[in-house]
Design a protein around this ligand. Sequence first.
Ligand SMILES: NC(=O)c1ccc[n+]([C@@H]2O[C@H](COP(=O)([O-])OP(=O)(O)OC[C@H]3O[C@@H](n4cnc5c(N)ncnc54)[C@H](OP(=O)(O)O)[C@@H]3O)[C@@H](O)[C@H]2O)c1
Length: 342
Amino acid sequence: MNKQEIWMQRALDLSLLGSGRVTPNPLVGCVIVKNDQIVGEGWHQAYGQAHAEVMAINSLANPEDSIGSSVYVSLEPCSHTGKTPPCADLLIRSQVREVIICNLDPNPLVAGKGIEKLKDAGIKVSQGVLEKKGTDINRHFFTFHTRKRPYITLKWAASQDGFISQENGKPVTFSNPASQALVHQMRTQHQGILVGVNTIIQDNPRLNVRLWPGKNPIRIVLDPHHRIPQSSQVLQDGQVTWIITKHFAAEDGPYSWFAIGNEYSIEDILEFAYQKGLISILVEGGAKTLEAFLQSNLVDEIWKQESSIQLGKGIAEPQQSLNWKKGIQVGADNVWFQADLS
Ligand SMILES: NC(=O)c1ccc[n+]([C@@H]2O[C@H](COP(=O)([O-])OP(=O)(O)OC[C@H]3O[C@@H](n4cnc5c(N)ncnc54)[C@H](OP(=O)(O)O)[C@@H]3O)[C@@H](O)[C@H]2O)c1
């Protein structure tokens, strides 16, 4: 790694500290370097709060240290007033000498305008340092803006012989405590969590975050024929749930039923989610829902949590042939596999 890459790696590492707290905003880290030393650093810590550049400038022991400094930031500084004022203006006022950027911001409100503003003020700007790593870290945000749909992660748990529940649909505990914590971490990293209505009827899950610090995702239930029982936990605990039906629409506090009509394909559901501004969805099942997503080819990431339990029979896991990467051992009796979709 050259020096520029080392400073940018630090900015990327800092950006990850916002994981699970900033969505739908991107993860952003910033490092201020002067005389080959880090003099300030910051990251976007929570949605609606100060951006990474502001945190880094505020962290300077001596405010004058920004004058003539090099600023490494993992995403193009914003040029518009959103929940906070434009960061490009702050960097100009702080008289920095150069700004080194990892990724351009695809958000049409920024998209190159931040760089233009900095250059117009005589600041040297370069871009593309550790670009691939940055693109991976903010894959949800980039997919939303470039593909105009939420980033989709599929995740299911299965027995070693490929079943996701018993034959009568009753759930099986495949997880151990480490796996459960990992699932909850994944939930904090997505803005929505989606299941089919049979999963609500059979398992009555809470689909919230209890075992990892971070935000609860919005719960989304695919329920074309409005079959969800009123007594379901997702309609009783006061947290947000969206039920997507064909024809039934209603609102009851945090619970909303949205009617999207007879066209009820995965494309239509994702178009609805995009219009609602959801940048990422974790699809947790059941079998029919997972199959529908796999068939749509609108899936970005797939995880299978395989338990050492053998069931012999039951509801089968998705049957599509997937190329699984080497597994990660999670606790004594679980291996997590990620599908290779490249
Ligand atoms: N091991 C795991 O990771 C895991 C996770 C979740 C669930 N599960 C298990 O999975 C089982 C339930 O799976 P399942 O396959 O029976 O049901 P499911 O996928 O939970 O729900 C299927 C139902 O949702 C609606 N739906 C979902 N996708 C749709 C689409 N693209 N278009 C139209 N409607 C759609 C349909 O409702 P209508 O029938 O009203 O049209 C469909 O019958 C349960 O036994 C549960 O324990 C296991």
